[in-house]
Design a protein around this ligand. Structure first.
Ligand SMILES: Nc1nc2c(ncn2[C@@H]2O[C@H](COP(=O)(O)OP(=O)(O)O)[C@@H](O)[C@H]2O)c(=O)[nH]1
Ligand SMILES: [Mg+2]
Length: 224
C-alpha cells in the first residue's frame, strides 16, 4: 500500500488539492482511500468525498503523527483489511511533522499484513500568505519544508509574481534539494504532475537517524 501525505499549514489548500488529485488518480484506475485528520479544522465531509468513488475516513481527537498515532495505524489496518486500497492519501493536521507521520503509518504493519511504501512527501506553501506564514508559524513551516521531497507553491491562480518568487526563495533557503512545483487546486495547475509523482515515485521509510539529523539541522546544537 502506498501512502501519500500532503502536508502544509492550516488553510494552505490541502483539502482542495487532495480532492482534485484523488479524482485524477481514481480516473487512472487506482483504488484510492483518503484519511483526513480533523483537529477542529474545516474539512470537506467524508460522505461528499466518497461520491467520487473513493473511500474516506476522518480521524479526530488529536494529531495522527504523535498523540493518536495508534488510531492512525489502526485506521490504515482497517482500510487494508476491508477496502484494500493501493494508494492512501493522508491530509495531516496543519501541525503534523512529515517524519512522524511516516513512522506512525508504519506501525500499521504490526497490526495486519500490509507493507507500507511512502510516496514523496508533498508540502504545500500558501503563496498568497507567505509573509504571514513566515511570521506567525515560522518554525513549523520550516519543518514541513525541510522534511518535504516536493514542495508545491500553491494557489498560484491568486498569487503575484512577487509572492511566488518569495515563496521559491524561502523554500530554496530551507531545503535546497526539494523539487519545487507551482500548483493550484482551484485552477487545476500541477495536478497531473502531482498525480504522477504519487503514482510513480517513492520516498524512504522512517529512519530514526535521518530524523535526528534533520532535527539537528533545525535546532543547531547536538543535544537530543
Ligand atoms: N485562490 C485559491 N484558493 C484556494 C486554493 N486552494 C484552496 N483555496 C482556498 O483556501 C482556503 C483553505 O483551503 P483548504 O483546502 O480548506 O485548506 P486546508 O486547511 O489546508 O485543507 C479555502 O478558502 C479554499 O477555497 C487555490 O488553489 N487557489
Ligand atoms: Mg483541510
Amino acid at each position: 500500500m502506498k501512502l501519500a501525505q500532503i502536508a502544509g499549514f492550516l488553510g494552505s489548500g490541502k483539502t482542495t488539492l487532495l480532492i482534485e488529485i484523488s479524482r485524477e488518480l481514481v480516473s487512472r484506475g487506482h483504488r484510492l482511500a483518503i484519511i483526513v485528520n480533523d483537529v477542529g479544522e474545516i474539512n470537506v465531509d467524508a460522505k461528499f468525498i466518497e461520491t467520487y468513488g473513493l473511500k474516506a475516513k476522518e480521524i479526530s481527537g488529536g494529531c495522527i503523527c504523535c498523540q493518536i498515532a495508534g488510531s492512525f495505524a489502526n485506521t490504515i489496518a482497517i482500510l487494508h483489511n476491508t477496502f484494500k486500497p493501493d494508494i492512501v492519501i493522508v491530509e495531516p493536521s496543519g501541525v503534523a511533522i512529515p517524519w512522524g507521520l511516516k513512522r506512525a503509518a508504519e506501525y500499521s504493519e504490526a497490526e495486519c499484513d500490509v507493507i507500507i511504501e511512502h510516496a514523496p512527501v508533498i508540502t504545500l506553501v500558501d503563496a498568497i500568505r507567505i509573509d504571514l506564514l513566515m511570521d506567525a508559524v515560522k518554525r513549523l513551516v520550516e519543518t514541513q519544508i525541510r522534511e518535504a521531497d516536493v514542495v508545491l507553491i500553491n494557489k498560484v491562480d491568486a498569487a503575484s509574481e512577487e509572492q511566488i518568487e518569495k515563496s521559491r526563495q524561502l523554500i530554496r533557503s530551507i531545503n535546497p534539494s526539494a523539487e519545487i512545483l507551482l500548483a493550484s487546486g482551484r485552477g487545476g495547475k500541477g495536478l497531473k504532475e502531482v498525480a504522477d509523482i504519487i503514482e510513480k515515485r517513492i520516498s524512504p521509510r522512517y529512519d530514526e537517524a535521518v530524523e535526528k539529523e534533520l532535527l539537528r539541522k533545525q535546532y543547531g546544537g547536538g543535544q537530543q
